[in-house]
Design a protein around this ligand. Structure first.
Ligand code: 3BY
Ligand code: FES
Ligand code: FE
Length: 432
């Protein structure tokens, strides 16, 4: 008997054709303290809404300033359909433009990074300087006004070496508050004077929100991250006291108090600030002690780079952690900075870009090796990738239903989801 061809139906969990009305309904009925309903991870329409309302309107972390150390150095970053050109101009300021020619729209720079004197379009050689002004366009006639055909700027902030962009015409204003509060924490690590020692891109087969939710808890750390937990205290990630963890937490808080007093006396702000769901540009920071030698997120817990980032009186500065909504986290140690940028590629595909920076005068093979510097987070990222990919597979099953967050260890996951739902609710009426 001839076998019937089987056509796979669209996944019912994706709520195929999630209309704006359906999205509004999903947002309204979101149950606080529970993971999101399946369409948030699967639906094409909600992915488009995320790109428009989250990645199109908020400050997103895309790169570190040491990726463009010299005048003329550039990188390109893709966010949905937008390609962004980030370039250091001749005054050493970092600028961002749409990577789109003002003649007939050709993409200007195809490569992900490089160096240029002027920006020359490959199509008809319109030429822009590094501030985006059109300085040359042949055959355009007498009446052509070069000044009104400069590159379209993209809002960019260089926050002590972390580069954030915003694609909206009017970016959230409260980033200024974030910057003002974060500068004193970050400045001592002098990221602007670092060089990139390594950068690794991972494509995770999962929705970007699963990647972010996973980052906001360490419930999974003991069971999954043998390398990271050598240096990381499991109580360091916003745990609230609970029946089982009260004792460990009290011990950890004692270590935090003692370490903070020591670091603050060295001029290193350390106290927690947490605005994850109370600001549009929500963030959290805290200088957290590391275990054992307490110096760095390495296998030995000692510094990975002999040349420190600054003239610190001690190597054991723990890690200044900085988490931002919607898409980044960072750890600043005495010897290196590790930064993570999460950019959605599709409903079930996400780019996680990890960048390790060391002092620009540090010499590879003498002061550090890339293998030792990157070992813990390469291993951890791979473990996290597996975890979120398994979650992505699970949420597509008919059996999936939102499950409860731990009140003790998943409070920051709830804050991520609450922020996300709130931001979508605020913007959903503007969707077509
Ligand atoms: O260290 C981090 O950035 C997060 C928090 C816990 C697990 N981890 C991937
Ligand atoms: Fe760029 Fe024509 S499209 S010069
Ligand atoms: Fe993890």
């Amino acid at each position: 008997m001839p076998t019937q061809p089987i056509t796979l139906q669209p996944n019912p969990n994706a709520a195929a054709g999630t209309s704006t009305a359906a999205l509004r309904e999903l947002l309204e009925r979101r149950r606080a303290g529970y993971s999101l309903e399946a369409p948030f991870y699967l639906s094409d329409e909600i992915f488009q809404a995320d790109m428009a309302l989250i990645f199109g309107r908020h400050w997103i972390f895309v790169a570190v300033a040491p990726q463009v150390p010299e005048a003329g150095d550039y990188i390109t970053v893709d966010v949905g359909h937008d390609s962004i050109l980030i370039v250091r101009d001749d005054d050493m300021q970092v600028q961002a433009f749409h990577n789109v020619c003002r003649h007939r729209g050709s993409r200007l720079c195809e490569a992900h990074q490089g160096s240029l004197g002027n920006i020359v379009c490959p199509y008809h050689q319109w030429t822009y300087d590094l501030t985006g002004q059109l300085i040359h366009a042949d055959h355009m006639g007498e009446s052509f006004d070069r000044r009104s055909h400069g590159l379209k700027p993209v809002h960019l902030r260089n926050l002590e070496g972390l580069l954030f962009i915003c694609l909206a015409d009017e970016p959230p204003q409260d980033f200024d508050q974030l910057a003002e509060r974060m500068r004193p924490y970050m400045a001592p690590h002098r990221l602007n004077e670092c060089k990139v020692a390594a950068q690794v891109d991972l494509i995770e087969q999962s929705n970007w929100k699963l990647t972010m939710e996973n980052n906001r808890e360490c419930y999974h750390c003991v069971g999954n991250h043998p390398e990271l937990t050598i240096s990381l205290f499991e109580h360091g990630f916003g745990y609230q006291p609970g029946p089982q963890n009260a004792e460990g937490l009290a011990r950890f808080e004692g270590i935090v108090r003692e370490s903070h007093a020591r670091w603050e006396a060295m001029g290193l702000p350390s106290a927690e600030i947490e605005t994850l769901d109370s600001m549009v540009s929500g963030f959290r920071t805290q200088r957290l002690p590391l275990d054992r030698a307490g110096q760095s997120q390495t296998m030995s817990t000692e510094v990975a780079c002999k040349k420190l980032l600054a003239d610190f009186p001690d190597k054991a500065l723990g890690g200044l952690s900085f988490w931002t909504q919607p898409n980044s986290w960072h750890h600043f140690m005495s010897d290196h900075v590790v930064s993570f940028s999460v950019i959605p590629v599709g409903p079930g595909r996400t780019l996680v870009r990890t960048t390790w920076c060391v002092h620009r005068d540090a010499v590879e093979g003498v002061d550090y090796t890339v293998e030792n510097l990157t070992r813990v987070w390469n291993a951890t990222n791979d473990q996290d990738r597996r975890l979120v990919e398994e979650s992505q597979i699970g949420v597509a099953s008919r059996a999936y239903e939102p499950g409860p967050y731990s009140p003790y260890t998943e409070g920051l996951v709830e804050k991520f989801c609450a922020w996300y739902v709130d931001r979508l609710r605020a913007g959903v009426s503007t969707l077509r």
